[in-house]
Design a protein around this ligand. Sequence first.
Ligand code: SF4
Length: 316
Amino acid sequence: MRIDSFAAPTMVTWQLTRDCNLACLHCCTDSAPGRALPGELSRGRALSLAREIAAAGVPYAMIVGGEPTLAPHFGEVCRALSDGGVLLKIETNGMAFDPGVLKGLRVRSVQISLDGASQETYAKQRPGGDLAKVLATCRAVVAAGLPLEITFAPTALNIREVAQVIALAVEVGAFRFNTGRLMRLGTAAKLWDRLEPSEEQYACFRAALDACRAPIELRYLPFSMEDELSGRKIEPSGTLLILPDGRVKVFAALPHTCADLSKRAFLEAWDEYRKAWRDPRVRRALDLLAARPELAADANRWIALDLAPHDLPVVV
Ligand code: SF4
């Protein structure tokens, strides 16, 4: 594997908390108000982990959630990573985000979700959400000199508004627009019948993206998890995905975890991750997932790889 030659991950995706100030219908992490995981990493461990990540030479970290800014140590973790030379991307819903907290830090971008061009659509998918407030945050991010990315999760509720949302992204000064097929994970999996766009809607959506000439970088490939999996099976990613309680996932759409950073050192977890990708259970699970993408619905029912059955592919 290519990652065998890497002394450390090329990137860390760190879910700081599962808590959120919204309860979106399409949430892939099952986040909602009051849904912090029991046993989320303490401030002390989060800061020591940030220092380990920096010392290992990881160049880039995505700080995500839940809503990561709700973690009391959000600012301190960002500073510890940045001071150690790690470039940051922050993913936030923009409801209560103050870009001032990132002043002076090494920030590659701030990503904000815009899942509708009208308050009605936005709030239907993001109950309790306030589009005007989020657009104000987008403008504040750009005014603070921080590069802004917009992300759009297409559902049957909002997919027709994609062109208007791209126009809004341009208007607020974003440099990039990210989208792709809706992932059947977390809350989205539970509400799949209500949320999944039809193939006809996806065809119009894809045509709109292909034809779009708006002055913004459009990112929508790989378009689906299945497309991504076909490449991933050969070459695992150099990204370590850290859950709020310190467990490390093998792959976002699988339930397996391979290490626990509440007890282990960061580089030990990296070794465990590389070992996990050699495990026949993981390989079988990926094959099964590629054939039956609906199995991703179980991805948040985490199971330590050590405890995963040997005679079953992955379903828990
Ligand atoms: S999609 Fe984002 S903002 Fe919405 S509930 Fe999930 S983590 Fe929170």
